[in-house]
Design a binder for this molecule. Structure first.
Ligand code: IPE
Ligand code: IPE
Ligand code: MG
Length: 231
């Protein structure tokens, strides 16, 4: 089962407590560790975490810098443990505007863990579903131009295969914390038939227990994919 999580509400979590927004992000980063660990026993084999959107550059420079610092910390401090836990880490999004040292850390983590067979962890950094579709379209167009594929032969599968998620299954369930009911540019193509859970808890309060409840709720649903399924 593939679960995507829009980790929202760090800022509000902190503001409510009279703390700086970055303290909320710090708590959020700690929560990532706990939730990643909880996936295998909960039956989640692919987890996609929305960490930074293509729109998040609009935030104050010190908040963006603080988030980048947290990514550096997460990527370097969790390398050994993620590898020991057999997690295969991939990154979604356009890496080009990220700092060179962050790119190095991302490359280290993905190459070290690429043959791991446990949890598939996708981390979406500078990710936008529309940007992903633009990049996929450019890459398909270039192949058509080189004569590698015929325009008439482009299928839904061709598009899926050129997205950052490549051959991975689409998310079965997308969870968004902190009460907002929108996708904010997350998995535009892949979410076509996803189930949704919009939860009240802010990301720093999203515990394995809350996660388990959301999964139980998901398992009680009937997914018809356009057909009529007799109950
Ligand atoms: C989510 O928390 C983290 C990122 C988007 C990077 P927010 O920072 O959006 O928290 P709120 O929505 O302001 O509470
Ligand atoms: C979505 O949250 C992006 C991430 C969780 C990384 P935002 O807080 O940025 O989304 P909006 O601005 O409320 O749509
Ligand atoms: Mg937010």
């Amino acid at each position: 089962m593939h679960v995507g999580i829009i980790m929202d509400g760090n800022g509000r979590w902190a503001t409510r407590r009279g703390l700086a927004r970055l303290i909320g992000h710090k708590r959020g980063a700690q929560q990532v560790k706990t939730i990643v660990k909880s996936c295998p026993p909960l039956g989640v084999d692919t987890l996609t975490l929305y960490a930074f959107s293509t729109e998040n550059w609009k935030r104050a420079a010190h908040e963006v810098e603080g988030l980048m610092k947290l990514f550096r910390g997460y990527l370097s401090n969790n390398l050994v443990e993620l590898h020991e836990k057999n997690v295969c880490v991939r990154f979604l999004g356009d890496p080009s505007p990220l700092a060179p040292d962050i790119l190095d850390l991302m490359e280290n983590l993905s190459s070290l863990t690429k043959n791991n067979t446990g949890l598939n962890l996708n981390v979406a950094i500078n990710y936008g579903g529309r940007d992903e579709l633009v990049r996929a379209t450019k890459s398909i167009a270039a192949k058509v131009k080189r004569g590698e594929i015929e325009a008439a032969e482009i299928t839904e599968q061709t598009i899926s295969d050129h997205l950052d998620t490549k051959t991975q299954d689409d998310p079965d369930l997308i969870i968004r914390t902190a009460g907002e009911m929108r996708l904010s540019n997350f998995m535009t193509w892949q979410s076509a038939y996803s189930e949704f859970a919009f939860l009240e808890q802010s990301w720093p309060d999203f515990s394995p227990e809350v996660f388990e409840k959301a999964l139980q709720n998901y398992h009680a649903r009937t997914r018809q994919f356009g057909a009529v399924i007799a109950k």
